[in-house]
Each structure stands twice: as structure tokens, then as C-alpha cells.
Write a new protein. Structure first.
Length: 135
């Protein structure tokens, strides 16, 4: 699980078509992984569970631009720096994300997202689709 809290500061701009903010959260991560190995002495399995806990600082620059007075393109860049907790392979990650808000009705929008995370010499991508419902 992840618990995150921080401060968000709006960066003044000349026009409302482009909005920027700086978000500075501190996050607590708890991750559990299970490793199952077959036993050589019997038919039962040996299970080893490992829990990892760590705290990170995640300074983030957020941006949003309005396209054709209908769509919003959202983008962000973030650095994730581990400041305490269990050892991990990397203590610094770099993340870029981009999403597009596509209205489907007056109260709902689809938000496809794509992101890249760089950890050391490895890169990871993620994508997904979110749903925004205005109450």
C-alpha cells in the first residue's frame, strides 16, 4: 500500500489554457512479496514472505494544457528519492507521465495515461485508463 501527503503550489501563468503546479509529497510504501519454492524433502511447498517498507520524497512538476477548448493534456515529471527504509536496488527514480482528458458526457471523462520510469540503467513503462466522474 501507499500513503502520501504533501503540499501543492500553483505556479502563476498568464493564460488559463496552460496551468502549472509544484507538488512536494512525502510517501510511505509497504510492499509484500511472496516467494514459493518447491521442497526437495516432501511434496509440500516452502513459502517465504518478505515485507519492504520505505519513505520517499517525490518533488513533482505538474502541467495541464487545454486543447480546442474541449480536451486537457496533462503531463508531469517527478523524482522519487528514498530517504529511509529497507534497501532497494535504486534509491532514485525518474518518472514522466502524460494523459489526455476526454469528455464523454457532462459528468464523466475517460483519461488514458502513459508513463515512463527510469531506475538506474533500466526503464519501465506503464499505461492505463482512468474514469473521472464529477459529482
Amino acid at each position: 500500500y501507499l500513503i502520501s501527503s504533501g503540499f501543492k503550489f500553483k505556479i502563476p501563468t498568464i493564460t488559463q489554457k496552460h496551468r502549472f503546479a509544484f507538488y512536494f509529497p512525502i510517501s510511505y510504501y509497504s510492499q509484500e512479496s511472496a516467494l514459493s519454492l518447491p521442497s526437495t524433502s516432501s511434496s509440500s511447498e516452502f513459502s517465504n514472505q518478505e515485507e519492504m517498507h520505505y519513505i520517499t520524497l517525490e518533488p513533482t512538476l505538474l502541467g495541464s494544457s487545454q486543447l480546442f477548448n474541449k480536451f486537457d493534456i496533462n503531463y508531469s515529471g517527478k523524482i522519487i528519492k528514498q530517504i529511509s527504509g529497507d534497501d532497494t536496488d535504486e534509491d532514485m527514480l525518474y518518472v514522466l507521465n502524460c494523459s489526455l482528458t476526454l469528455p464523454i458526457s457532462k459528468v464523466a471523462s475517460l483519461i488514458p495515461e502513459y508513463g515512463i520510469c527510469k531506475a538506474g540503467d533500466q526503464s519501465y513503462i506503464h499505461s492505463g485508463i482512468g474514469i473521472l466522474i464529477k459529482l
